[in-house]
Design a protein around this ligand. Sequence first.
Ligand code: PLP
Length: 387
Amino acid sequence: MTQVRAPLVGAAVRGEFPICERSTYLNSCSQGALSRRVRRAYEEYLDGWDEHGAAWEHWVERAEAARAAFARLLHAEPAELAVTTSVSQGVSGIVSALPFAAGERTRIVVSEYEFPTVGQIAHAQELRGAEVVHVRPERDGSIPVERFAAAIDERTALVCCTTVSYRTGHRQDVAAVARLAHERGALCLADSYQAVGSVDLDVRALGVDFVTGGTVKYLLASAGLGFLYVRRELLERLLPTQTGWFADEDIFQMDISDYSPAADARRFDAGTPPVPNIYAGLAGMALVEEAGVPAIEEHVRELTALLIDGLDELGATVVTPRDPARRGALVCVRSTDVGRLVEELRGERILVSMRDDNLRIALHLYNTEDDVDAVLGALRARRRLLA
Ligand SMILES: Cc1ncc(COP(=O)(O)O)c(C=O)c1O
């Protein structure tokens, strides 16, 4: 008889995350919880360093393992993935490959929900001749595809459409925006930091050209490791001028006489890989893969539905869309004094975060209905701080 394995979510994985024994951890949109496994991975890195000194061959192999793990999570090929230290590195790499010169496409379209780094990097390209066009939301916080349609034209080089808004929890219709960008000859980037690990992302189904993110949040690891997916068909024509020796076609040739980038997406790597973060990242991603992103997504969808129902009962203003297809793992609630609310919840060991006037409650594989009940109970007692 085949045994049906219970999904590795909720109570089944909580023991891996010591913080869940002490706190109601609802802050994965800022930083995923530390697991025993990720802590051990750091120790393993230190032990190896202590034992072998410079284990470069092994460390480079670990970087390749991270590339492969990112590829699996996105349903892409490892040759389409660059291993970066941050989203910022990935986005800077992309724009460094775009000319923005007279006679070329010079516009970058950015949605209102881009993370600051994306908007700032776009505006930095004004120094190179680019022009930035912002796409603003409707009053209800959504950004309909028509708004992108009004902003994208034959002058557009790149459209930046984040998958899930870090400010409101809106999930954008990346596939529709990518289609639109392509119809008009532009490229499309989806910063998916707030999605990867909690939303099953299939780069082919999305049809985007670039996807970026990192390991700090739903991939359960630490700062200093990210990825950039580049659609295979684009690689030949994109030559990043932001580069480094780990992007060279032959890293160990140590040749200073020319620029010869790798043929695959490694051309978007840069300097020495962030080895300790790679150890942590591999451990975090292994946990996510063992649970399975579709199972995590389903678990999170059930918990967010319970949370939103409870918030509705409290008469709270939920900023995040109710339609499960239009949200990810983040639920945002309007507050009259969000700084105070976050602090008061912290006093009850309920860890959440804030952006603008919104309380951010983020659910992940280790959360349970008890966590949802705990935060709803604490909010019920502070109804005065909800708008
Ligand atoms: C949507 C999104 N993009 C990017 C980042 C971070 O960018 P970077 O890796 O460059 O620090 C974050 C959070 O830190 C984020 O929420």
